[in-house]
Design a protein around this ligand. Structure first.
Ligand code: 3BD
Length: 335
């Protein structure tokens, strides 16, 4: 039995080693620690926490695995609302959107867009206090959502602690939880075998999994997560003035951020990116249903603000639904 302070030092060391190994495996997809060593260190930490329960911390990897079922979810108000997105269904509508925001800010001569693939999953709101994950919530209606922290902790690509030397007091991260297509197929096979209703698509499967009361089931379903928004209500991270900077910062502090993103200096470049990914997206191991096009500079986003429902500085370009259409559709001008 290690003395308390020795035990504490060892627990800190094990947590750091195991969390780093998890980050390399689930976020970088480049593990360096052999699974057998991971399992051995994990068991050592479990034993240590068993002997010294006071050593358990919220960012301990032993706290990821789901606990006993909650009876129901509580409703929580988002610190910062999650906005909806206007939709464009072809490049003409995208061009019209550009015209609309430019009429609101006619003095803006230089601007650029960030194009991100629109992951077809379920939006999540994550709150970190002093670098530690304290809350995870569903989007809900954008103002209030369901508190699903225990389920969110089982998503291994979501860090339990941010990789920041001096973490800001509060960091809000938003992103999309999703099920990779092969995981979705496997879940439906398992459900078919036990006569349960199948999930219609990976988005429903992700949303349904996140609302599972028993987080041990969530832990088995291997949800994944791409972050796309970073809010710093009290500041604390220097040099982030745009969406592009924010995506790089999200990667730096430990999140998966979708790599298929691009800065575009004109609507023509946006159109090229959209046309490229309209087909290439089918090579990806997860579902997408379009792009999200955002004005990049945060100052310009603030200048443009919001309509009743949407930010003026962003729009979703939706690809045609995959049902086999009688007429072949594409986002270009339908000839
Ligand atoms: C921050 C803004 C508002 C510009 C924003 N909003 C998004 N969404 C809003 C509407 N959402 C929504 N969900 C359900 C019901 C109504 N709206 C779902 C997320 C984004 C979704 C994705 C994605 N899926 O990959 C993304 N890369 N960027 C986003 N950016």
């Amino acid at each position: 039995m290690l003395a308390a302070s020795k035990a504490e030092q060892r627990a800190v060391q094990l947590r750091q080693q195991l969390n780093q190994a998890s980050y390399e495996y689930y976020v970088l997809d480049a593990p360096t620690l052999p699974d057998t060593v991971y399992d051995q260190l994990y068991r050592e930490l479990q034993d240590l926490e068993g002997q010294h329960p006071e050593l358990v911390t919220p960012d301990s990897p032993t706290q990821r695995v789901g606990e006993r079922p909650a009876s129901q979810f509580t409703s929580v108000r988002h610190n910062i609302p999650l906005y909806s997105l206007e939709n464009a269904f072809d490049l003409e509508e995208l061009q019209a959107w550009q015209g609309r925001w430019q009429r609101v800010a006619p003095d803006v001569k230089t601007f650029e867009y960030v194009c991100e693939l629109k992951i077809d999953g379920s939006a999540l709101a994550l709150t970190y206090e002093n670098g530690v994950l304290v809350r995870g919530a569903t989007r809900g209606d954008g103002v209030t959502g369901e508190e699903i922290t225990q389920n969110v902790r089982t998503i291994r690509s979501i860090p339990l602690r941010l990789q920041i030397e001096n973490p800001p007091p509060r960091v809000e991260v938003r992103g999309e939880a999703f099920l990779p297509l092969d995981v979705f197929e496997q879940i439906n096979q398992d459900r078919e075998e036990i006569g349960e209703a199948l999930f219609a698509n990976p988005r429903n499967a992700a949303a349904g999994t996140l609302r599972q009361l028993d987080s041990r089931i969530v832990a088995q379903r291997r949800l994944d997560f791409f972050a796309y928004t970073l809010h710093l209500p009290e500041g604390g991270l220097e040099g982030i003035e745009s969406q592009w900077d924010a995506l790089a910062a999200l990667e730096k502090i430990g999140f998966r951020v979708n790599p298929n993103r691009q800065r575009c200096a004109s609507m023509d470049q946006v159109a090229a990116f959209a046309t490229e990914w309209e087909q290439q997206r089918f090579d990806l191991p997860y579902l997408t249903d379009g792009l999200v096009v955002k004005l990049n500079r945060w100052r310009l986003q603030e200048e443009l603000g919001f309509t009743q429902k949407f930010p003026r500085w962003a729009i979703a370009l939706k690809y045609p639904a995959e049902e086999s259409p009688t007429v072949v559709q594409h986002i270009g001008v339908n000839v």
